[in-house]
Design a protein around this ligand. Sequence first.
Ligand code: AMP
Ligand code: ZN
Length: 135
Amino acid sequence: MKLDNCIFCKIANGEIPSRTVYEDADFRAILDLGPATKGHTLILPKEHAANLYELPEETAAKVLPVAKKIAALMQEKLGCDGLNLVQNNGEVAGQTVKHFHLHVIPRYEGDGQTILWKPTEPAAEELDGVLAKLK
Ligand code: AMP
Ligand code: ZN
């Protein structure tokens, strides 16, 4: 299903032009217009899903192989030194476009980007409490 007012639906299905790095029956991977680094790519499913929660399992299973192809491309063609996969769900997590997308961000020595979090120091009981909830 496509959403009429969703820009990534339109891009993924070729209704709006994009700098397409890779395309198959299920996905289009495009250059991000506001890249963190040279080659920052977004993998978009052609079917609309707002986020990971809505993404069908079979699409979820296909997305990482696509990321692997793009990762290889970035290493071979752009000579990146490393790579981050980032996938934001919900505003609190930094999601700005409500159509699932996986960021593939090549990293270069000295690129000046920080895609990191600030580690906390929970007590063992707190970790155990979280584990008990998740099990
Ligand atoms: P997120 O914050 O995870 O929702 O990421 C949205 C990403 O989409 C950002 O990195 C934007 O730079 C990028 N973006 C937004 N609109 C477009 C567009 N029309 N074409 C390419 N990238 C876009
Ligand atoms: Zn959409």
